[in-house]
Design a binder for this molecule. Structure first.
Ligand SMILES: [Mg+2]
Length: 224
């Protein structure tokens, strides 16, 4: 876990989903592979050819952007697949409940953050319907106040629009939000530039620690 910045007043937490609220490298990779397979089919290429082209494109993008990385959705845009189309493909291809199960430790951590009075948003590059199915599979669907997905702003993180929208929907100032996610370039870099706090996690276990840490520091602040 790496805490980049914390706001002086914390009102809300913006959570990434995949790789943050669950750690399942196999399912995370499968989501990428299924989308590439679909693109390969549409373009009349083999999976391997398509995978190579996407990897080459992402490498060129990274080289041209000072080592930063972009999302798969943004890479698909460069291959002529709109964000709307990407969202539809994901809805058709992904079944979170086949890979994920309820996580009581996560629920407990999120409940503790809720009890501190912090608002909770999900900000994901998956469509909202897949986000809701994922939260349901993890047993935490009722804990989030808002869910911002690929089809909310039709923009893929690291685009700033989903982060701004989440703060707006929660009715909080951007500078009172902390973005929490597992990819610096996708989840943390832009929120920091928007004046938000940012915490980079290695997986869901770090979310338990964040709950622990914020419970300690916020109750301390409120006592003093
Ligand atoms: Mg992620």
């Amino acid at each position: 876990m790496n805490i980049y910045s914390l706001p002086s007043k914390i009102s809300a937490l913006l959570f990434d989903m995949d790789g943050t609220l669950y750690t399942n490298p196999g399912y995370a990779q499968l989501q990428i592979d299924l989308a590439i397979e679909k693109l390969a089919h549409v373009r009349g290429k083999t999976f391997e050819e398509m995978q190579r082209e996407i990897a080459d494109y992402r490498k060129r993008w990274t080289d041209a952007h000072n080592g930063r990385k972009t999302s798969l959705g943004n890479a698909f845009l460069a291959f002529g697949i709109s964000i709307e189309e990407s969202a539809r493909w994901r809805e058709e291809l992904y079944t979170p409940s086949d890979y994920l199960s309820p996580n009581l430790a996560l629920r407990d951590a999120l409940e503790r953050l809720k009890a501190l009075g912090l608002k909770r948003a999900l900000v994901t590059n998956n469509p909202v319907s897949i986000a809701r199915k994922t939260l349901a599979a993890l047993g935490v669907e009722r804990i989030f106040d808002v869910c911002v997905g690929l089809d909310t702003c039709y923009a893929s993180k690291p685009n700033e629009a989903p982060f701004i929208k989440a703060a707006e929907l929660l009715g909080v100032e951007r500078v009172e939000c902390i973005s929490i996610g597992d990819r610096f370039d996708v989840d943390i870099d832009i929120p920091l530039k928007l004046g938000m706090g940012g915490i980079l996690v290695d997986g869901v276990e770090d979310v338990y620690e964040i709950a622990e840490f914020l419970t300690g520091s916020l109750s301390e602040t409120r006592r003093s």
